[in-house]
Every structure is written in C-alpha cells, then in structure tokens.
Design a protein around this ligand. Structure first.
Ligand code: ADP
Length: 490
C-alpha cells in the first residue's frame, strides 16, 4: 500500500516531555508509523526544560526569527529539530521563549490558549515553508484542535495544503481548553469566526476541543468503550451531541504499549529481570521495592500499588473510606506514587502516617520508581471514575501485577475479570463507582492471592496478553486513509 506523509502535532512527546499518557502514545506511534513505511514527522513546543536536555537539537535553516501576529502582540519564533531517538524521524520544536519558557509545560496563565495557538499555526505554516505537504495532520487534544478549522478556513486557499486532511485524537475529554469568547480576535479567523459554535459564543466561551471535533475529518479516541461513553453518557462532558453529529467519523482505537520501555525481560530501570517462565526476578524486585519504600510487609504478603496523577478522575475519593477499612481487615502492603491535588496528597500522607510499615506514599513524579512498582507489586489498583484508555493496567499485565480496575473506558477494553472456575481472565474488574464495589474488588483479589495455584494461573494469563503498538498502528493507518479518501467535513 502506498505510504502517507503524516505530521503529528502534540503538546508533549515521550521522551522529550511527558506529563501523562499523551506523551507515551505519540512517542510510541511515531516510530511504529515509520516502521509501517509512512513518511512521518512531528511538532511540539520547545519548552525551556526540553531545550536544556535534548541532545542534537539543531536550528532549521531559513526558519529562524519568524513573526506571528496574534491580536496586538507579535510573537517571534524559530524552528529547531532533532531526530526521534534511534530513528531518522524528524521532530520539529517550535521555539518561542515568550510563550514556552515557563516553570511548567502547562499553566493557568491568561495566555494559555495563545501558547498553543501560536504553536499550532507555527507548525502548519512551517510545513509549508519546508515543502512537506503532509497528507494528514494528526492533532492531539485541545492544544492543537484548532488545526482542522484553520485548514478549512484561513489555510483553505494555500495550494500547499489543498490536499491536507486532519484527524483529532481525544486523549481525555475532560480537558477542553475553554477560552473566553472575548479572545476570538486571537484566532485571526476574520469572517470565518462565524464557523465557531454560536451557542458557546453566546455563553461567552470558545471551546477548542469542540471545534476540533466538529471540523476534523476523523475523530479518534483512545478506546472503543470510551468512544461509546463520550457519545452516549455524561462522560462526554458536554460533547455528546457534537460527537453524535459526527456519526461514524468517531472511532475508538485502544492505545498500545511500548514494550521496548515496558517489558520485565529487558526493562532498563530494573536490576532483576523476569518472564512468565521464570518469575524469580519478580520476587527480587518486590524485595527491592519493599526495601526502598521502608515497608515491613513480608515477601509473601500481598502488595498493592498505584502510580497516578492525583486528580478526581482517578477515583481516589472512593479510597477515603475503602482503604482504612480494608487495611483494618486484611493483611497487605500499599504503595502510592503520584502527585496532584493537595487533598489527595494529604489523604495518602495521613494514611501512611497511620499505618507505618504498611503504607508508603511517595509524592512526586519518578519514572524509575514507577517501573520498579510495576515489577515488584502483586496488584495494581485503578478505581477510576473514568479512564479514556489508561496505560498502567496494560503495563501491569505484562509485569504479572494483577490489575484491579473499574469497568470504564480502556480499563474495560483491556482487563477481563478472572473466573476462578474456568481459569479465564486477567484481573479483577468492578462495575459501580462506589465504596462497596472497590472494597469487594480488593477483597476478591486478596482472596485469589491466598490460593497459590489460582494466583499463578492469573499471572500467566496476564503476562500472555499482548497490546503491541503494531496492531493499533494499523488501525490508525485505516483512519488516515479514510481521512485522505475524502469525507471532508467542511
Ligand atoms: P493519564 O494520561 O490520565 O495520566 P495513563 O494511565 O494513560 O493516565 O498514563 C499515565 C502515565 O504516566 C503512565 O505511563 C504512568 O506510569 C505515568 N505516571 C503517572 N504518574 C506518575 C508518577 N507520579 N511518576 C511516574 N510516572 C507516572
């Protein structure tokens, strides 16, 4: 099949910058698409932290000292490039210190929308300047979600972009990038501003994500179940109608796992490696994990873990009541790595204070510890309120760390509830978002753990699962071809 010219736009790409799954997904998809024979490139902002730690960064000649007018401000930007590690895939970095030299990748500054507007337009216009003529811009989340509208309006007459289509992947519909309607001038749409959602503008807002959903040639999200949930339930967070109007242009594609990074047989963060055939290394990792976290849980006692952003979505509220009760009734250790909302951090700090030696809370972001936790734990808890895809449950399966998850989004699509009678299934899945359900699920998994034969079976089932990217990348291939084939949504 003929190859396509694909250009991915993202606010974060692993290994350059990461705050969550978005970076993992784009960073895994890029090399996979290149391996499939496509001509691939990507754009992301040149955050200050990225500039200082990216080796081989080179200025793109002819694309230095460029101006972009947004309302009454002229932003000066330049383009830099580096190869995606281990490949010849060019990643282009939009350098605009006025916008990207900030303490964090994302801010609540009043010009947050401008940061990504400049990024999006700079990326599109740079492809023209470099003569790249992509077949498809693959946009991700609200940050780049104006690109589909721009292509159909202000860039519609640019001959270099005449055949360029767009797809938008929604990684989490909870983040829509809403900006004040008064900032409409920043979009430089002129009379095309009439294409923006009139109801929203009447309500005083502009919704970048909704705009992308309306104008992208195809909209994808990161699991089939989440695709249904956001169309048909309140999990669509106000986007249900807009999504339903797109009909079968909305497609759910489960994320894959980058097994080069997440495989216990070759994980570079681990001192001891293991496989389904030889689990001795897993015992070693558990010993190391218990040692490094100061827990006094025995090697044969169950160890439950979480690695997560501490935000409402992740279902921590359920644990406020469930965890103290479970710790009272059952024997197990509990490790949490995460950072986020203060009330959740305070809860875990207090839980650890009350249960010294049994509960460890490690506040912060720590890639190596995340790997050791996956390798050394027995169970991985994700009681999410909603979960577009979720990656950790898939990592857990590969590490023989049994996921305990709520049946939502990608969790429902990647973990099958274990049936001890038949020996089929890979984890413990509960339905209702409430305290009894999570208590039941943890209690059930702890019960299975006590039966060594059952537990071994479960570990073998889990480790046999395969969520490789190559399969999922083929589904993106189909979507790109659908977008290129027409079905324009002007
Ligand atoms: P989300 O994108 O909603 O944060 P995902 O499960 O899709 O959730 O992806 C989360 C990714 O971020 C995983 O790779 C996970 O290991 C990582 N992660 C989250 N919090 C931390 C942390 N505190 N330290 C290390 N890695 C983390």
């Amino acid at each position: 099949m003929n190859s396509l010219k694909l250009c991915l736009l993202s606010s974060e790409i692993m290994p350059f910058a990461k705050t969550g799954g978005l970076a993992d997904v784009v960073g895994a998809l890029l090399p996979e698409l290149a391996r499939a024979g496509h001509d691939v490139c990507a754009f992301m902002p040149l955050y200050a932290a990225v500039r200082s730690k990216t080796p081989g960064l080179m200025p793109v000649s002819g694309l230095q000292d460029l101006g972009m007018q947004i309302a009454d401000t002229k932003y000066v930007f330049a383009l830099w490039t580096a190869f995606f590690p281990g490949t010849k895939i060019p990643v282009y970095f939009v350098d605009c210190p006025a916008l990207f030299d900030r303490a964090a990748y994302y801010t609540v500054d009043p010009d947050e929308h401008r940061r990504f507007l400049v990024f999006t337009r700079a990326a599109i216009e740079s492809t023209v300047r470099m003569g790249l003529a992509p077949d498809v811009f693959h946009c991700n989340d609200w940050h780049t979600a104006f690109a589909p509208l721009f292509l159909k309006t202000i860039y519609a007459e640019w001959p270099e972009l005449a055949h360029t289509r767009s797809i938008l992947t929604v990684h989490n519909i909870g983040y829509q990038g809403i900006m004040p309607a008064a900032a409409v001038g920043d979009l430089a749409l002129g009379s095309f501003a009439a294409r923006l959602d009139a109801g929203d503008r009447g309500a005083g807002i502009i919704n970048p994500l909704k705009t992308g959903i309306k104008f992208a040639d195809v909209v994808t999200t990161v699991s089939p179940t989440y695709a249904r949930e956001i169309c048909d339930t309140p999990l669509g967070m106000g986007m249900q109608q807009t999504l339903r109007e797109r009909g079968n242009a909305v497609v759910g594609i489960l994320n894959g796992v980058e097994y080069n990074e997440w495989d216990p047989q070759r994980d570079t963060h681990l001192r001891s490696h293991f496989s389904a055939a030889d689990l001795r290394g897993k015992v070693e990792n558990k010993r190391q994990l218990l040692g490094s976290t100061g827990l006094s849980v025995g090697a044969h006692q169950p160890l439950i873990s979480m690695v997560t952003r501490l935000v409402e979505q992740k279902g921590i509220d359920l644990l406020f009541e469930a965890m103290p009760a479970l710790l009272e009734q059952r024997e197990f250790g509990f490790i949490v790595l995460g950072s986020g909302d203060e009330r959740y951090e305070a809860f875990f700090r207090e839980l650890a204070r009350r249960h010294p030696g049994r509960v460890c809370f490690h506040a912060g972001y720590d890639e190596s510890l995340a790997h050791l936790i996956e390798a050394g734990s027995d169970m991985f808890l994700m009681p999410s309120r909603y979960e577009p895809c979720g990656l950790n449950q898939m990592y857990s399966l590969r590490y023989g760390t049994i996921p305990i998850v709520r049946r939502t989004g990608g969790l429902a699509d990647s973990v099958e509830h274990f049936d001890p009678a038949t020996g089929v299934g890979t984890g413990c899945v509960f339905n209702d978002y409430d305290v009894p359900a999570v208590r039941w699920a943890v209690g059930t998994a702890l019960g299975w753990f006590e039966d060594r034969n059952l537990w071994s079976r479960l570990i073998q089932n889990a480790m046999a699962e395969d969520f490789s990217w190559d399969r999922q990348a083929r589904k993106y291939d189909e979507v790109y071809r659908r977008a290129v084939a027409g079905a324009s949504n002007a």
